[in-house]
Design a protein around this ligand. Sequence first.
Ligand code: PDD
Length: 287
Amino acid sequence: MSISFLNGDYMPLEEARISPLDRGFLFGDGIYEVIPYYKGKSVGLMPHIERMINGLAAIEIKCTKTADEWKELLDDLVARNESMGDNLGVYVHVSRGADVKRYHPYPEGVEPTVFCFCFNIKDPEPVDRTKVTQYSLVSTEDLRWQRCHIKSTALLGNVIHFQEGYSSGADEALLYNANGELTEGSSCNAFIVKDGIIATPIQDNQILPGITRRIILDSLKADGSLQVEERTITMDEVRDADEIWITSSSKEIAPVTKLDGKPVGDGSVGEIWEKAFAIYTASKYDF
Ligand code: PDD
């Protein structure tokens, strides 16, 4: 049984209830996070909390919890859900709350709704290119909004893109802008490798500032054995890449071996993936 947190109270997840006038429900007016815990140890907890606090400030949701209070709440929720299993994702959702009417402007004096629950996530993948799960993607033009750096609960644009991939038998949709430049996946960031050099799109309003992306960049730079760049990447480069990876809190670094039905590189998981995933795995709990 999953114990959830809703506005200060703990309860079985299936008993949690909110008002249909909640602006999260009516407008997708909220911010969320998904944070992985393996055997009780979090990956990127503080960076996730900081991103959420920044997102709340960006859309003027006044939630007074400090970063330390969030940490205490989330660590405590994971401890309460220990019996669910070793690997838990924590979903955190803060909406602008429920007003007494449906009216677009930000209301005054409405308390935000805070909702958190744990769910099972998979074991980390092995650092072994012959055993890791391989991903297949389809590419499609990114038709989401122009504030993709905000981790908004309004995910219809992402959901439509994910479904495009899913209904054509792929695991994810890889997105590009109107200039034919890579942005990200519908629920993950993206990296390519060409001639041993790793590259990922610049962090701007077109992509979510992924915590996994950040951990990869920081741990690779600290290690120093692999070259990594943040830059504009065209879809021609993506199609010509030796390796493609997608990254997120639940997927960590997932190797892509098929794009639009064609093999990526030689069609097998690349050597650079294995090196990078080993470096990431060795340092992920430091973030
Ligand atoms: N997705 N880009 C998008 C659009 C995302 O939705 C996500 C995460 C990421 C990767 O971010 P991070 O490394 O911080 O998880 C990038 C989450 C897991 C989700 O919506 O379930």
